[in-house]
Design a binder for this molecule. Structure first.
Ligand code: HEM
Length: 479
């Protein structure tokens, strides 16, 4: 139908007036809104400052071998909230306790996902684990399984004997100069239970160390999509190979456990006591992982979870034990004082047990210093912005990767007098940091991260590090 002037003239007057009125209001609203939008755009906070990067690679070539140290130096130039580009990815770095707190407390929900990467895809069963899983009901359910069966106060107490046995073994191994390589054994044994004995000796350790080595390489293909298919560092090829080895080993362990349960049903109850037995029982009874029926726990989830426990809980623990010993050897006065306290609390004729730990006031202060000066994951694990947000007056675009410089923050002279000094007294009653803990509430010291995705094994890791270091120091004093 054609609209002509005569057609308009033919319309009744009230209809014409109301149509013109509505049009005027619509125009006004549109004009008003577009003005607001322009004004809003003009008022948008700036992006955080940071060094100019190279074409295509961005700031990747400027990172050097020790990324946390380079970023710490950049923080001194550009301020505590930095913006970088790793290839095509936006990266923001929290370099002060105040900025870290903004991200991990105020905006924690927005930063509860991890950015996708080749490790999550090719080694962690396409993100079906806890460390890389997208934030949501399945991640929550997997964490709950660990929290209840492995890390709750009751589960930790049940497994106390295992950790104590491992600490004793570590002392023996130290004599053979293998302390760091044996520290992880307790963590490995617990989830797998008796089945682990069937695996050829050395396989676990070898695979875990290799997973950590390959997973620790910064894969350029993760940041420069054009290089992904080329895999110039052969990271993805190595990951796939390693993944097959781990998967074969786990399949062997799982089928071994299933067949032994079939042959010896009486042993069922006993073997269910470890995490593997419990998870396999959940698969057998087709128990849903989350509330819905669609998400049942599978063998793949089990394998991914056990991979996490291996990788996240081994090197992290043993490097802190090594550093605590190295620092005490460098500071004989502190070592002597620690040995005196251990002799007084434990005595000379027996090994340290976990029940002694709460009474070791000095030693508990000592153990916080290696966590501060030598955190095992100096940049924590990356998080990703689910949405645009504003932090410390800067705009953080959706999809930005967040790195928290845990190492740099714990050396900030504004928060730590003489930050480079190994000085446990700062954590003692009456010291400058008497009430500061490592458990994620004090942002100047967050070796286990903070917020929703804080380390799932914090209580286990902390107990293991304290017990192992105390056992070694005590045994050294007795030698
Ligand atoms: C000294 C020992 C340890 C240190 C320093 C450490 C440190 C960390 C850090 C910094 C994170 C990332 C937290 C964040 O994003 O805010 C993390 C995550 C994690 N850690 Fe630990 N960790 C230790 C021991 C362990 C142990 C013993 C286990 C398990 C047996 C474990 C399991 C995990 C898991 C599963 C995650 C992923 C949590 C998630 O994404 O929801 N860690 N750890």
């Amino acid at each position: 139908m054609k609209l002509s002037a005569s057609y308009v003239m033919d319309l009744p007057l009230p209809f014409l007036v109301s149509t013109l009125g509505v049009s005027a209001i619509v125009c006004y609203v549109l004009f008003f809104l577009s003005g607001k939008a322009v004004e809003g755009r003009r008022r948008r906070p700036p992006l955080p400052p940071g060094p100019r990067g190279w074409p295509v690679l961005g700031n990747l070539p400027q990172l050097g071998g020790k990324t946390h140290q380079t970023l710490h130096e950049m923080t001194k130039v550009y301020g505590p909230l930095l913006r970088l580009r790793f290839g095509s990815s936006d990266v923001v770095v929290a370099g002060s306790a105040a900025v870290a707190e903004q991200f991990l407390r105020i905006h924690d929900a927005n930063f509860s996902c991890r950015p996708p990467n080749s490790g999550g895809e090719h080694m962690a069963y396409d993100y079906q684990d806890v460390v890389f899983a997208p934030y949501g009901p399945r991640w929550r359910a997997m964490r709950k399984v660990c929290a209840v069966n492995l890390f709750s106060a009751r589960a930790l107490d049940d497994l106390r004997a295992v950790r104590e046995r491992e600490a004793a073994l570590m002392v023996k191994a130290l004599v053979r100069e293998e302390a760091s390589s044996t520290a992880p054994q307790a963590v490995l044994l617990v989830p797998l239970g008796r089945a682990v004995n069937k695996v050829p000796p050395g396989s676990f350790k070898e695979i875990v160390l290799e997973v950590m080595r390959v997973g620790g390489v910064l894969n350029v293909g993760d940041f420069v999509p054009a290089l992904r298919w080329l895999d110039p560092q052969r990271v993805v090829a190595n990951m796939k190979k390693l993944h097959r080895r781990f998967d074969d080993m786990m399949n062997g362990i799982i089928s071994e456990r299933r067949s032994s349960r079939f042959q010896q049903p009486a042993a069922d109850e006993e073997s269910n006591k470890d995490l593997l037995g419990l998870l396999l029982a959940m698969v057998q009874t087709e128990q849903p992982l989350t509330g819905g029926d669609e998400d049942r726990i599978t063998d793949t989830y089990i394998k991914a979870l056990i991979l996490n426990l291996f990788v996240a809980g081994t090197d992290t623990t043993s490097t802190i034990v090594e550093w605590s010993l190295a620092e005490m050897i460098r500071h004989p006065d502190i070592l002597n004082q620690a040995q005196e306290e251990l002799d007084a609390v434990v005595g000379r004729d027996r090994l340290v047990s976990e029940s002694h730990l709460p009474s070791l006031t000095f030693f508990n202060a000592v153990i916080k210093e290696p966590f501060r000066l030598h955190p095992s994951t100096p940049l924590s694990l990356p998080r990703m912005a689910a949405d645009d947000c504003e932090v410390a007056g800067y705009r953080i675009p959706k999809g930005s990767e967040l790195l928290v410089n845990v190492w740099g923050i714990a050396r900030d002279p504004a928060l730590w007098p003489d930050p480079l000094e190994f000085r446990p007294a700062r954590f003692l009653p009456g010291g400058s940091h008497e009430n500061v803990d490592v458990k994620g509430a004090d942002f100047q010291l967050i070796p286990f991260g903070a917020g929703r995705r804080i380390c799932a094994g914090l209580s286990w890791g902390l107990r293991m590090v304290t017990l192992a270091s105390a056992t070694l120091v005590h045994a050294g004093g007795a030698a």
